[in-house]
Write a protein that binds this ligand. Structure first.
Ligand SMILES: *Cc1c(COP(=O)(O)O)cnc(C)c1O
Length: 427
């Protein structure tokens, strides 16, 4: 049998890179243990919900056509609702992605003349077109729904005075993004989200609070629906799909909000009753069952990346000792060569398309070229190991995912290896 060191060498990682990784890993033992505890807690939460709802083999057969009386689909939604401590859920492969889920939740619960408020600054890029911050066909703006925003203070705290100033008679819904996404602000913890929701509801008791939960699920032991959120929304090709869901999105929360969302997703008069599960039920159940440990692996990978790159002298966000509320890690690499080498390493570590070289390209909607590395089983899945960044100073790479911690670790070691090979770092 070959040693672990030889196994790493066979795949292309030098002894000194592995040694750096081993040293870093040893320093993270306590943090990793805490993350494993969170995973254990969340595993029990999901398991209990599955047992309580009496998940059975019969739920794995799919429906076709209209999808009436799809017991598996209904049970999956009951399981999601229980895990999120919510009244109801919509979990559907017909929700194409996170942006779609957010659009459905917003468009379903807003009416012409209403105003949408973001009390946490600029929302995720794709939401700009949903809302109409950037002109777009079919935006909320086209339907006479206006938008107001209160930015976070420079230190990342809530600007309560500005938020109160933006509230008015027409304010119907507040959209709160949990993860920093690809912005530079800190990610919000569930307890901070709770604080914000309490403030909003105190000032305006009938306001609907929606949380964009993308990348945040299972990073803590509670979800925003437990601290007053009326809706939580996310993508199944991120954390809650556990890497198995081939597509889909979810909206969980208050019965009244979910009912509106269902009528918007399908049609007035039809709502939740339609939507064939097409044989995906078993995969969505199994992915959700795995999601707590898959998310924990991705978070450990992010902390490992932060710690490795801190040691190599790069600015990292968040720092390796910061508490985590999502799976994203950013590193300022400082040069286009370093960014390209990093992405080459992530690509080389992939189980799929490991032999291709990621190249920067002018992606629509971006003001500079963007480079992306991903070799995923599910197209675009960012719970799988992936990295991307715009080719402009400070040449920040955003790294996320890894279906297992071992794979995330290998990806990071590969990125270091490629940076050594290209002479952008030395040690
Ligand atoms: C990924 C993401 C979205 C959009 O999801 P897509 O599946 O890419 O459409 C929205 N908000 C946040 C915070 C995200 O991370």
């Amino acid at each position: 049998m070959e040693s672990l060191e030889t196994m790493y060498q066979n795949i292309g990682i030098d002894k000194k890179v592995l040694e750096l990784g081993t040293e870093v890993e040893a320093s993270l033992r306590d943090r990793f243990e805490k993350i494993d505890r969170t995973a254990e807690y969340n595993q029990l939460k999901v398991l209990h919900a599955m047992q309580k709802n009496r998940v059975a083999e019969a739920h794995f057969s799919g429906s076709t056509g209209y999808g009436y009386n799809d017991l598996g689909r209904e049970t999956l939604e009951a399981v999601y609702a229980d895990v999120f401590h919510a009244e109801a859920a919509l979990v559907r492969p017909q929700i194409t992605c996170g942006t779609h889920a957010l659009n459905v939740a917003l468009a379903a619960n807003l009416r012409p003349g209403d105003e949408l408020l973001s009390p946490v600054g600029k929302p995720y890029d794709t939401l700009e077109e949903v809302i109409g911050i950037r002109e777009s066909k079919g935006s909320l703006k086209e339907f006479g729904i206006t938008y107001a925003q209160a930015d976070l203070k420079p230190d990342g705290s809530f600007d309560f005075e500005a938020i109160e100033g933006r509230l008015n008679d027409r304010t119907k819904l507040a959209t709160i993004q949990r993860s920093k996404g690809y912005a530079s602000r800190p990610t919000l913890s569930v307890s901070r989200i709770g604080e914000l929701i309490s403030f909003l509801k105190e000032k305006k008791p009938d306001i609907i609070c929606m949380v964009d939960n993308c990348y945040g699920e299972f990073s803590e032991e509670t979800e925003p629906t437990e601290v007053g959120a009326d809706m939580c929304v996310g993508s199944l090709i991120k954390n809650p799909g556990g890497g198995l869901a081939p597509c889909g999105g979810y909206i969980v929360g208050k019965e009244a909000c979910i009912e509106q969302a269902a009528y918007r997703l399908s049609s007035p008069g039809l709502g939740k009753e339609v939507g064939a599960s097409l044989g995906l039920n078993q995969t969505l159940f199994q992915g959700f069952f795995l999601a707590p440990t898959v998310t924990a692996g991705a978070i450990k990978g992010a902390i490992f990346a932060a710690s490795v790159y801190e040691r190599l002298g790069f600015p990292v966000y968040p720092s390796s000792d910061t508490a985590r509320h999502d799976i994203i890690q950013a590193v300022d690499l400082g040069s286009p060569e370093a960014l390209k080498a990093f992405c080459l390493g992530i690509q080389a570590a992939a189980p799929v398309d490991s032999f291709v070289t990621p190249e920067p390209w002018p992606m629509p909607g971006y003001d500079s070229d963007v480079i992306m590395a991903a070799g995923a089983f599910i197209q675009g899945s960012s719970i799988e190991l992936s990295a991307d960044g715009p080719l402009k100073p400070p040449y920040t790479v955003f790294f996320q995912g890894g279906l297992t911690y071992c794979h995330a670790k290998t990806g990071i070691l590969f990125s270091v290896q490629k940076m050594l090979d290209k002479n952008v770092i030395s040690f």
